[in-house]
Design a protein around this ligand. Sequence first.
Ligand code: AGP
Length: 602
Amino acid sequence: MCGIVGYVGKKDKKEILLDGLQELEYRGYDSAGIAIIEEQKLKHFKAIGKLANLRERTKDYQSSGFGTSIGHTRWATHGKPTELNAHPHLGEYSFVVHNGIIENYQILKSELQQEGTKFLSQTDTETIVHLFEKYHNQNRDAFTAFTQTIQRLEGAYATLLITEAQAKTIFFAKNGSPMLIGFEGNDVYFASSDTPIIGKATEVYYLEDGEYGYVKDGKVTLFDAKGEKSFSKQTLTTNKAMAQKDGFRFFMEKEIYEQGEVMNDTMMGRVLDDRIEFEELDNQLFENISNIKICACGTSYHSALTGSYLLERIAKIPCQVEIASEFRYKEPLLRDDTLFITISQSGETADTLEALKMAKRAGLKSLSICNVDNSSIVRESDRAILTRAGIEKGVASTKAFATQIMVLWMLTLYIAQLKKSIDKESLQSELNAMRHTPKALLVTNPLHEKLHRLSKRYLHGHGFFFIGRDLFFPLALEGALKLKEISYLHAEGYPSGEMKHGPIALADSELFTVALMPKSLHYEKIKSNVEELSARDATILAISPEPFELADDFVQTKYSSHPMLEFFEMMVVTQLLALEISVRLGNDVDMPRNLAKSVTVE
Ligand code: AGP
């Protein structure tokens, strides 16, 4: 995910920017760039790939004396990871870096193009610098031009702008994407999170949405919609490890909380007003395809299962799901009218990679859904859709799972559009539901607090059953896997209708049943299954919008017309439950015993 740094002062700007960007590396990126103004002269450097490439590009450049500077690491969303698309973006005499999405950039871009502005990149960001220069050319006042520019922007942004027109000033604005200002004497720093400025600045101000302004002569002038305002600085932490976790106790916790935000990245440029678009796909991939086979492991296998329900139900295409380690040795019958999809967070899972190679040898077309660009699975596949979850550090996958599900949902609609198996009205209602997903993923304080309190009742017993039906069966599997991975307690995911065919024999008060009871999908059926367990004295933790009187514990979710919104909300509940149980048991949440983030052995 993208990162921003900025600096105004006399120190070595190149080193400050490169060091700062290095601190943001853990967030993931595919290109980087810096721009510096010293003695009225603008200099800029960009490179795709790792920061080492940018260091190499800048090795003969020395920066000294007073100046302004901005830097950026980019995780490609609008447009490919190329040097032209890397930030900072250049106008005639100014540079800009930006995190977030300018939602109305197409309108702004067309307006500027009609007036003769030439665009070099495919990014939304470039509109900012051209708008600024347009207004500056009209009124010759840089701050007025910057204010006019940000008033035109819709969407989320954190942005820094430097210009030869006012060389000793940095202009900044924040709305919806994080940005902070660091202070040390007359030096002023900017960053999209604490880590780049720890050890450099001693005080910090965290900008609020709607705030903007400029830095000149070491002084920050701040504005919001009401005009100029004062602000108070606070002491900056010196603990880098804590800052990388954005103040959360664990990476997994941070990753659960950021699911709403990353989902916007996953959907960006793909969920359009009236359809789904994937710039990485074309009709050719689906020519002569009559069915789909998905292969994956672990959590990715659970997302594959969820996808199979969506693909068959909405896109009306037969879909089979296989565990990669089983598929490899079952001597599968493969037909060339099958599209072979692999799903992998890391893109390096040995079993999944080998399954893909087998499918390719059999002449099947392949598509991967992956979080890591240029990984082995991505390189091996005919086409790849990146999930854009940002680097996931917790071994127990959370946001990668959520974004895989979203890609599968989008892919379902994409295929449904191609096959014309969905009517306009239904497509619109799916797209509307998708746009509400980030809200369904929000973690509220009362919810987290409730799960923290409940968790103390679930530290013993002889096992957990997570149960659900339909789409919620794979979610039950995933809920159980999360709990197993980080609590080391035994947990199983089961279809709720299947309990009476065996596992109900285990039911007693020490059997904890986590029941996923969505109101929008088979509620009455699941309710009967849970009643059967309750009648045998099983302890029931029900997760549902609908109060359930037989529940021993109850977590209430929101009523929603679309099952996928219930799905995502319940997913967060199960993730937090696992997290809180693990914390109480004193386990290492981010690095559970015996597990690795990337399983490159079979
Ligand atoms: C998820 O919490 C696990 N760490 C594990 O099941 C993982 O999903 C599995 O190893 C597959 O990994 P992949 O998605 O990187 O291929």
